[in-house]
Design a binder for this molecule. Structure first.
Ligand code: GLA
Length: 733
């Protein structure tokens, strides 16, 4: 193997990971301490000029036993720190030992460079299809006293500007220890004036980009909800003051994990910035016996010198191409109609059939039966855990209804919420111990439902068999996998007292195991993730399910910000969007059918309304939309996506999708509020070939790629709120 992506300079003890676009440099410093040297635009070679200057600084002490007052771990930019060192920042790892101490001294002992990228046991992660795509450096750090070994993994990809980092801890000592914190990565930057861009939100209001200067002290972007959460997505960007979508420096960090996370950013006395990304240490403690290992999840890192679009592009590529495994990753995802906002719980077979008939007439490709088909569920107070057909609604069985849907030429999809249990369920009556609760305390309901203890393999097994049975026997083509509450009452009857700190993470591992079994058994079923919309929208889920319901908010205007924000970290192939009824059920807003179409068409497309109630004019619009989506759906799933205008900073939003060969472009642009005296605005495209000519498919007008990018298109002046334009261009000679 040519180890061309990772070079080790043995004399200087410097590792250089580079693919010609980005460089990542780390070095072994005094005291066998691993130091951060550089991460950024590629340099061809490193000649040693980044060596840490020696300065005697008060109150930043020195290595144990050393007389050198000019070297301190407190000011050295480092790759992985621990509690108990003279480094006063938040450490990457904390380990409680049997004598009550928590100090470690992690020294460099070894390294390995290998072709490809190893899989992470039990965890989602980016992968390679062949070993030439990437190389992996493992740096081995050891604490001699405890025998704990930390393997720091760094994979650099050849054709996408991504470095994947993770950590595997091995107990090579004689005694058990308790891991109280294991960050998946640390990176220390010498003085830089950064802003953070995070993705906070709420239910029906996910992933609204929030930009703030990095200030002195520590700020933590985290979830303690047991999931990646609506409230704070496991993504962060560190950007320069002038960085925007097109220009400037951006470092992106995307945590491939679906549970409690913490991204900590700390600016210190020397204006240095430390970023830590990993499992949240809140209520975390993992017992590691001798010879056991603990694998921390992976973080995907990228660097862009051309603004946020380039940062996002790297995440879009790696997630779509090398995190998603589904056979649907490049495929046409069926245009669906979902009955949730059409009927809620109030349906039966008779009522659904006309919707299916109408769907067929309109060219829709799949009918999705949402919540309420199982147990005796007529509202959200019962039956979770009982994945048996509700005979009152489906007197001839679900298979009979599925046959009807298939006979119309449509695929058939089904909703599940496999991680939950209702008090009013046979499962609870038979297995009350499956419900997660702290002994002696009443658990907290949320939507009147409770968590199953997925940290318990027996529970995972039970649910696997129930779900598999339904999938096997009812001709199911698609599953919407929901999760409608945050985790609480964290405790497992299957674990001893000193391992209760493992439950949050073991829950996530149980969820991953359950998903893995189901996707292996049903590779031809398309899975869509969901958690009250986008409450678990992360790259970990993408490893199992290629698409996720972006938000329960189907309002086209609200969706602009949600989709804009989501696109910072995730590809549009992962987002789903539906045209729904007006007044919108979440906001009460009235928008044009065309505007709802343009917003939803910017994602994996579908409908969520009662098709039988549409007017003839609206039905004609549905047909037009499906025709239009058919023209551009491949671009939306597989093209390069670029944000053009932000709804956060203007009255407009716009983006375009460009085919890989730059021969085709789909543009959607939105004007939010009208004005009596509107200023003229333009939409300038991005990512086209300046030397090619592009023809507007609808109007036949031809423009140069350079014209579309530099001069742009005037936005029409329309005296109406919430308008949208879509354009489809194809290259002509
Ligand atoms: C969640 C989902 C919705 C719908 C309901 C059903 O809120 O996000 O799309 O499936 O559950 O209860």
């Amino acid at each position: 193997m040519v180890k061309d992506l990772i070079i080790y300079d043995e004399a200087k003890q410097v590792f250089h990971l580079t693919n010609g676009h980005i460089s990542y440099l780390l070095a072994v410093e005094e005291g066998k301490t691993l130091a951060s040297l550089y991460f950024g635009k590629a340099v061809k070679a490193y000649h040693g000029q980044g060596k840490y200057p020696r300065v005697d600084r008060g109150f930043s002490g020195n290595l144990p036993g050393s007389l050198d007052r000019t070297y301190s771990k407190d000011t050295l930019p480092r790759e992985y720190s621990s509690a108990g060192e003279m480094d006063y920042h938040e450490p990457a790892t904390i380990v409680r030992q049997l004598d009550g101490s928590n100090a470690l001294n992690l020294e460099f002992v070894d390294y390995k460079i290998q072709a490809g990228k190893p899989a992470l046991e039990g965890l989602p992660a980016a992968y390679v299809e062949n070993d030439d795509e990437a190389q992996t450096l493992t740096v081995v750090l050891k604490d001699q006293l405890t025998g704990l070994v930390y393997n720091l993994l760094y994979t650099i990809y050849r054709d996408v500007d991504i470095i994947a980092r993770s950590v595997k801890v091995e107990n090579q000592g004689q005694k058990e220890v308790y891991l109280e914190k294991v960050a998946s990565m640390q990176l220390d930057f010498v003085a830089k004036d950064f802003d953070t861009i995070s993705l906070p939100g709420a239910h029906v209001n996910e992933r609204h980009p929030d930009r703030k200067p990095v200030a002195y002290g520590r700020q933590v972007f985290e979830s303690r909800r047991g999931t990646s959460s609506h409230q704070m997505n496991p993504f962060l960007a560190l950007v320069g003051k002038d960085t925007n979508d097109f220009n400037g420096e951006a470092y992106g960090f995307n945590f491939v994990y679906s549970g409690n996370h913490a991204i900590s950013v700390e600016k210190d006395q020397l204006d240095q910035t430390r970023i830590l990304v990993g499992i949240n240490d809140y209520n975390f403690s993992w017992k590691l016996a001798p010879n056991e290992t603990f694998q921390a999840p992976e973080v995907l890192l990228t660097y862009s010198d051309q603004g946020l679009n380039k940062m996002s592009h790297a995440f879009h590529e790696i997630i779509r191409e090398r995190v998603v495994r589904s056979e649907f990753k490049h495929a046409k995802r069926p245009i669906l109609v979902n009955n949730w906002e059409a009927t809620y719980f109030d349906f039966d077979e008779e009522k659904l059939m006309p919707i299916v008939d109408e769907a067929k007439q309109l060219g829709i490709e799949m009918f999705v039966l949402d919540d309420g088909w199982f147990g005796h569920r007529n509202d959200d107070n019962s039956s979770l855990g009982d994945w048996k057909i509700f005979a009152e609604k489906f007197p001839h069985g679900l298979g009979h209804f599925a046959d009807y849907v298939h006979a119309q030429g449509l695929k058939f999809g089904l909703w599940f919420e496999p991680e939950m249990i209702s008090y009013d369920s046979d499962l609870y009556r038979q297995h009350p111990e499956y419900l997660m609760q702290v002994p002696g305390r009443a658990p907290s309901p949320s939507r009147n439902q409770y968590l199953l203890d997925l940290s318990n393999p027996e529970v995972v097994d039970n649910i696997y068999h129930q779900v598999a049975d339904i999938l096997e026997n009812n001709g199911i083509d698609y599953v919407k996998w929901d999760m409608n509450r945050s985790i609480s009452d964290i405790y497992s009857v299957a674990l001893p007292a000193d391992q209760q700190g493992e439950v949050y993470h073991r829950y996530v591992l149980g969820y991953y195991r359950l998903m893995e079994r189901l996707i292996q058994k049903f590779p031809h079923v398309l899975f869509e993730g969901c958690s009250g919309g986008g409450g678990r929208f992360d790259a970990g889920v993408a490893y199992y399910m290629p698409q996720i319901w972006t938000s329960d908010n189907t309002d086209a205007v609200a969706r602009l910000t949600i989709q804009y924000g989501t696109s910072l970290a995730y590809p549009t192939s992962m987002m789903t969007g539906h045209v729904s009824a007006i007044p919108n059920h979440q906001t009460g807003r009235q928008t044009l059918f065309e505007t709802r179409g343009a917003a939803a068409m910017s994602t994996v497309f579908g409908y969520e309304l009662d098709l039988t109630k549409l007017t003839d004019a609206e039905k004609a619009l549905v047909k037009d939309q499906i025709k239009e989506y058919n023209q551009v759906r491949d671009l939306v799933v597989n093209g390069d996506f670029y944000r053009l205008k932000s709804p956060l900073t203007s009255n407009q939003a716009a983006w375009n999708f460009v085919s890989k060969d730059q021969n085709e472009v789909f543009v959607a642009s939105f004007n939010i509020l009208t004005a009596a005296q509107p200023v003229f605005t333009k939409t300038k495209l991005y990512g086209l070939d300046p030397n090619k000519n592009y023809q507007n498919v609808a109007t036949k007008e031809v423009f140069g790629g350079d014209e579309l990018m530099e001069i742009g298109l005037f936005d029409p002046v329309i005296h109406q709120d919430f308008t949208a334009q879509t354009y489809h261009f194809k290259v002509v000679d």
